[in-house]
Design a protein around this ligand. Structure first.
Ligand code: IFM
Length: 477
């Protein structure tokens, strides 16, 4: 299984190193250098935003008819989530949504990416629609529009309804059809207010963390099944695109949200080079090729033949469905991967509190340029980029997350370089708007621009939030 990846977001962390740097934030948290004309100006109309997902912030797990998801189940298995934490309350966004939207407006965000909880809308995954659940997202989307913020909706951010999991989850082809029905329901309800739609968030993380390492729900370690799960998710993407289309008018755009990893050989040996090509196949081409080119990468299929029955699950016509036209590609960039002659991955750069994340901003440029080269000029949006930092609330009420400012500045600069070199990048969403439930890490890691004091649910803008507001106002850095 040479391509089996080792780095994926949200796994159990052991590393302690942090991002460093020398940000320019002044005493009041703003960046004086941005008051003048920015050195790196983004194109007019470039859209700045931030992202969250339902299970990570909403809480209200047992409210208004929400069904159970695989994460509700997983969190209750002893030892699976740090400190035994759950998303039951999280940042209580379900109840605090209006204040949170005010905060979004105050920060000056132009786009806000949130996810819809499948079990909140279809509690059993296949049965009747829960009107109260759907109404919550309608309020959210309308509330954003009323505040001048463009909503971007992700339909699946890992919260598979438990009842579907009991029937096999993504191992069961039927789940792809149920997802398409649910996607159509949401598109019908919100299609008039939401212009940008993402089907699945990081299908690769479900494969790697959910079915290879088992560090995420549903917590399996079954390489054979893992790639059946990959295919059924991709099929679900294509079926959803087709099912949603009639509800989105002429302006609604749809795409997948893929976490892409630029892969580099760890040394100059031909073996490392060859392993890197295959690793790239597992990390990137396995998802990009069927969606954007209408074919699975042959080298990955050949490699899979020895340990996964995926071939038997790819039925006639599936790849054409997966290849249904999309208008957007959402890219989530966190880390590069360095591949050895043995096919392992090694760490080259400082990591963050997330052990799998090496700080390498140039990787952002490389992955964007590579998409342009291999997949053309489809509109690109960065839907996630960020890092956890060891944020604490000071006595003065400030959270001085200088590492986050440095990190974002360097990554924004690489995005700017890619735009300058012709990449069709239209927007950038920082992960995350606020601190939240970081899956197997529970609440230990803080990824937000906004600090959440979980004891009181008070929101406090970190220095990075003020700095980001300045960037947005200047449309550059
Ligand atoms: O928090 C996650 C998010 O849910 C998906 N992408 C990676 C983030 C950081 O691990």
């Amino acid at each position: 299984m040479p391509g089996t990846p080792s780095a994926a977001p949200g796994g159990a962390a052991t590393s302690t190193s942090v991002a460093t740097g020398a940000p320019n934030a002044g005493e009041d948290g703003t960046d004086p250098s941005l008051a003048a004309a920015p050195a790196l100006r983004f194109p007019d109309g470039f859209v700045w935003g931030a992202a969250t997902s339902a299970y990570q912030i909403e809480g209200a797990a047992h409210v208004d008819g929400r069904g159970q998801s695989v994460w509700d189940t997983f969190c209750r298995i002893p030892g699976r989530v740090r400190n035994g934490e759950t998303g039951d309350v999280a940042a209580d966004h379900y109840h605090r949504w209006a204040d949170d939207l005010d905060l979004i407006r105050e920060l000056g965000l132009k786009s806000y990416r949130f996810s819809v909880s499948w079990p909140r809308v279809v509690p059993t995954g296949a049965g009747p629609v829960n009107r109260k659940g759907l109404d919550f997202y309608k309020r959210l989307a309308d509330g954003l529009r009323n505040r001048g913020v463009t909503p971007m909706v992700t339909l699946y951010h890992w919260d598979t309804p438990q009842e579907l999991q009991d029937l096999g989850g993504w191992e069961n082809r039927d789940t792809a059809y149920r997802f398409a029905e649910y996607a159509a329901t949401v598109a019908q309800a919100l299609g008039d207010v939401v212009p940008n739609w993402l089907t699945l968030n990081e299908p690769k993380t479900i494969v790697q963390n959910g079915y290879l390492s088992g560090t995420h729900a549903p917590g399996k370690q079954d390489p054979g099944a893992a790639y059946v799960v990959a295919h059924h998710q991709l099929l679900a993407h294509g079926l959803a695109v087709q099912a949603m289309r009639p509800h989105l008018g002429t302006t609604g755009r749809i795409g997948p949200a893929l976490n892409l990893h630029p892969c580099y050989p760890a040394d100059d040996s031909p073996q490392a080079q060859a392993r890197t090509v295959l690793h790239d196949g597992y990390e990137n081409r396995l998802y990009l090729d069927p969606i954007l080119k209408g074919s699975y990468p042959q080298d990955v299929l050949d490699d899979l033949a020895s340990y996964s029955p995926i071939h038997k699950y790819i039925l006639d016509g599936d790849v054409q469905v997966i290849n249904s036209p999309v208008e957007l590609l959402a890219v989530q960039y966190y880390t590069p991967l360095y591949v050895t002659a043995e096919g392992d991955t090694v760490t080259r750069y400082p990591t963050t509190e997330a052990f799998w994340q090496q700080i390498y901003p140039e990787g952002m440029y490389d992955i964007l340029m590579r998409i342009k080269k291999d997949y053309g000029d489809i509109a690109l949006t960065i839907t996630e980029n960020g890092l956890p930092t060891p944020d604490t609330l000071g006595r003065d009420g400030r959270v001085r997350d200088t590492g986050r400012i440095s990190f974002l500045r360097d990554h924004f600069a690489e995005a700017h370089r890619a735009i300058t070199d012709g990449v069709n990048l239209e927007s950038y969403h920082v992960w995350s708007l606020m601190d939240n439930f970081e899956w197997a890490e529970g609440y230990d890691q803080r990824w937000g621009l906004v600090y959440v004091d979980y004891a009181t649910q008070r929101r406090i803008r970190k220095d990075s939030a003020d700095w980001y507001s300045d960037v947005i106002r200047a449309n550059g850095l």
